[in-house]
Design a protein. Structure first.
Length: 143
């Protein structure tokens, strides 16, 4: 199969349902793995490939997962947090729909998954950012 054929197959397969189905299989062990492997995942976002444009988003997503994992922030539905965990595990997995070792294509499917995840949880990220701002303001007023 050529690179173009692989890319087309990935584009056809990755949609909102793909993210929802993957998120439906997430459990606490998966969340713990994302927290433990955050530096490994971050490394992939720091590369100059298609994931690099999502580096700022990655930082927010990993903070949210860590805050959820440590019970600091629980005002997010399970479908949203599991979608985030699925997307980050997808990035971590080098042997996904387009294996990461394929030059020029390897991270394209990862970027597609992250992009769709961000679209799905946009409102939840806004709520989380509001909570972070309020938490900072409260701690500065009390400190």
């Amino acid at each position: 199969m050529t690179k173009d054929e692989r890319a087309k197959k990935a584009r056809e397969k990755i949609d909102m349902k793909y993210i929802e189905d993957g998120a439906g299989k997430i459990d606490g062990d998966d969340m713990e793995k994302v927290v433990r492997k955050a530096d490994e995942i971050k490394y992939k976002f720091e590369s100059k490939g298609p994931l690099h444009r999502f580096l700022k988003d990655f930082r927010l997503l990993i903070q949210l997962v860590r805050d959820y994992w440590s019970n600091r922030y629980r005002a997010i539905p399970w479908w949203a947090i599991s979608g985030i965990v699925f997307a980050l595990l997808y990035v971590l997995n080098p042997a996904d729909l387009l294996p990461d070792f394929i030059p020029g294509l390897g991270y394209m499917d990862d970027a597609m998954v992250v992009s769709l995840c961000l679209m799905m949880i946009e409102r939840e990220l806004e709520k989380y950012n509001d909570w972070k701002r309020e938490t900072r303001r409260s701690s500065s007023e009390n400190g």
